[in-house]
Design a protein around this ligand. Structure first.
Ligand code: 5GP
Ligand code: MN
Length: 342
């Protein structure tokens, strides 16, 4: 493959200036795949820096080299620094997202940069903006993709423990700790490559999942006991959280991640929805089991998308109106929801 040869040459060329970008509200796969790829590029003699659009949750900041990550919207200085880095970059790598508009101002800066662009991602329907496109929805995580690319480049031996910790964190979280259907043989082979370094998987698991603030744990209890509405006729639960409620629990960025999944732990429930009042919009998270596509629902009614069983969307109205919108959409999906095998 011509492009692969060119990519191989790029990676094996003399030192280049790489900038790595990942999505808004970065999760463990976003940060983990970016840091793993950054460390690899540095081992190949390149300069590499990771820029994230906004702050990441505190339970991801333990990752090796996180201290070097630049948060674009933190201060005017970090914005100026990011702009300069993008303008001077030879190569910009975009990890774990599929469209430049999803990183807002950074997306426009990337478009304007003369650098070559590389996309490494596992979401559906990638935008056509990169010179080198690694887009494969059969990869459970972008971090798995990074492992596979490093292997294909003949450099598996360069993977060390700090890289392995970052990449494992991405694979572990995007597979729901190896429980989702995306956990393939190839996932375990990639993990085997990481474990060869002596990686402590229990440490990574605890760093991410047993590192919650008290506020987050109390918020979870509150949502599940007070805010979760069950709609048995649609085998659906939905939850809402207002700004006032988030403030009451001193909610920090990332504190609401994962809450929506608890809806699916209830017997017979096949779809869970969480609507959160953010500063400028209502952000929705959808989760489903089996064949029911929350991606289609998010796309058709909530200006969103994602994966079949995990998607997101938004509205520009109130929480009450958002719930009304959901209630109006549900009858269209009732027959399908009742058929889902759980
Ligand atoms: P979350 O509920 O965790 O925010 O998102 C779940 C999944 O849906 C993630 O893979 C995320 O990338 C994707 N997603 C969330 N919001 C959107 C959106 O507005 N558009 C698209 N295309 N994907 C989204
Ligand atoms: Mn991912």
């Amino acid at each position: 493959m011509q492009k692969w040869e060119e990519f191989n040459e790029l990676i094996h060329s003399d030192s280049k200036r790489f900038v790595l970008l990942t999505h808004q509200n970065p999760d463990a796969d976003a940060i983990g795949s970016s840091l793993g790829w950054k460390m690899y590029l540095q081992k190949k003699g390149h300069q590499a820096v990771v820029i994230i659009p906004n702050e990441c949750p505190s339970n991801l900041r333990w990752m090796p080299d996180y201290a070097e990550v630049i948060t674009f919207d933190e201060t005017n200085d970090t914005k100026a620094q990011s702009k300069a880095l993008l303008a001077e970059a030879d190569v910009v790598c975009c990890l774990d997202f599929n469209a430049l508009h999803r990183i807002k101002e950074l997306g426009a800066l990337t478009q304007a940069s003369p650098a070559q662009k590389v996309l490494i991602d596992h979401h559906l329907e990638p935008e056509d903006f990169a010179d080198f496109v690694f887009s494969d929805t059969s990869k459970a995580a972008t971090a798995q993709y990074v492992v596979d690319i490093i292997k294909a480049l003949g450099d598996a031996h360069l993977i060390d423990q700090p890289m392995a910790e970052c990449l494992y964190a991405g694979i572990m979280t995007d597979t729901g700790s190896f429980a989702h259907n995306n956990t393939t043989e190839a996932v375990h082979l990639a993990v085997a490559e990481l474990m060869r370094t002596g990686l402590n998987i229990n440490k990574v698991h605890r760093s991410i999942f047993d590192n919650n603030s008290l506020g987050r744990t109390r918020l979870l209890g509150y949502v599940l006991s007070e805010k979760m509405k069950v709609l048995p006729e649609y085998r659906t639960v939905y939850m809402t959280l207002s700004q006032a409620e988030l403030r009451r629990f001193n909610s920090e960025i990332g504190d609401t991640d994962g809450i929506v999944n608890y809806g699916l732990s209830i017997e017979n429930i096949v779809m869970a929805v969480l609507a959160i009042e953010r500063r400028d919009e209502i952000k929705l998270s959808f989760r489903s089991v089996g064949d029911f596509s929350v991606r289609d629902l998010a796309h058709a009614h909530f200006d969103g998308g994602g994966h079949r069983n995990a998607s997101g969307g938004r509205t520009n109205t109130t929480l009450e109106k958002t719930v009304e919108k959901l209630m109006a959409a549900l009858p269209n999906y009732q027959a399908e929801l009742l058929e889902v095998k759980k």
